[in-house]
Design a protein around this ligand. Structure first.
Ligand code: NDP
Length: 240
């Protein structure tokens, strides 16, 4: 596809203030798109529209998407990336630990996709990318809640593909391995060393490497890829 066929899109990234989401926002901005970053802090990289929004609240999502529509037009690309962890072994995991992670990681992704799909159906074009995780299929001790949300996103993307795939809309999951962000910054050095030893690439990944896969799936040329899980994990999950 030639450069002259570039189409500027309205992009929404949840959790776009930091880490992987921030790299995604910066990548889309660099490509020339209009980008909104949604998150509790309302912070966004320079050049993006920052909107305060907790994805566990449907009303806040509705208001945020309305603001995007005003500023940039209806969302054409949604990157449902917001995610939290509340790690502990199952015997110590409270109902609140379980429910909170589900509400943000899975409920938030569902609510944003439901809101975004409305206008995508009208446009007969859309790209939805969920940030999953290698642990969604690999499993992870101490992350029953988190891993459950990440494998569930695959079911969401595949069901969406069956519902709206005939209308020019794709839904995929990008499954990062260990990426250097705030989420992994607190891990003890020995835990990081252990993980690193099991990653064929021999290193942790960069947020920009995840952003590159997401940008590819969001592109015009990825229109025939849907319901896929794309690992960005240095070979850790071996493609599952
Ligand atoms: P960070 O902890 O660096 O950033 C989390 C982001 O999520 C922030 O932008 C934060 O916004 C936002 N967020 C938190 N809670 C909410 C909420 N209730 N509503 C909306 N936004 C919220 O995370 P990462 O960049 O590391 O992770 C991003 C995604 O990638 C997550 O889904 C995570 O599960 C996944 N992932 C990360 C991996 C890693 O190794 N880092 C590996 C595999 C997957 P604010 O700044 O406003 O609080």
């Amino acid at each position: 596809m030639s450069e002259s066929s570039f189409i500027q899109r309205s992009v929404v990234v949840t959790g776009g203030s930091r880490g992987i989401g921030k790299a995604v926002v910066e990548r889309f901005l660099a490509e020339g798109h209009k980008v909104a970053a949604l998150g509790p802090s309302g912070k966004a990289p320079e050049g993006a529209l920052g909107i305060a929004c907790d994805v566990s609240d449907a009303d806040q999502i509705d208001a945020a998407f309305a603001q995007v529509e005003q500023a940039h037009g209806p969302a054409e690309i949604l990157v449902a990336n917001a995610g939290i962890t509340k790690d502990t072994l199952i015997l110590r995991m409270s109902d609140a630990d379980f429910d909170n992670v589900l509400q943000v990681n899975l409920g938030g992704a569902f609510r944003c996709a439901r809101r975004a799909v409305k206008s995508m159906l009208r446009a007969r074009w859309g790209r939805i990318i969920f940030t999953g995780s290698v642990v969604g299929l690999y499993g992870s001790a101490g992350q029953v809640n988190y891993a459950a949300t990440k494998s569930a996103l695959i079911g969401v993307a595949r069901s969406l593909t069956r519902e709206v795939g005939g209308r020019g809309i794709t839904a995929n999951v990008v499954a990062p391995g260990f990426i250097e962000t705030d989420m992994t910054a607190d891990l003890p050095a020995e835990v990081i060393a252990k993980y690193q030893a099991s990653i064929p690439a021999g290193r942790l990944g960069g947020a920009d490497e995840v952003a590159a896969a997401i940008a590819f799936l969001a592109g015009q040329q990825a229109g025939y890829i849907s319901g896929a899980v794309i690992p960005v994990d240095g070979g850790l999950g071996m493609g599952h």
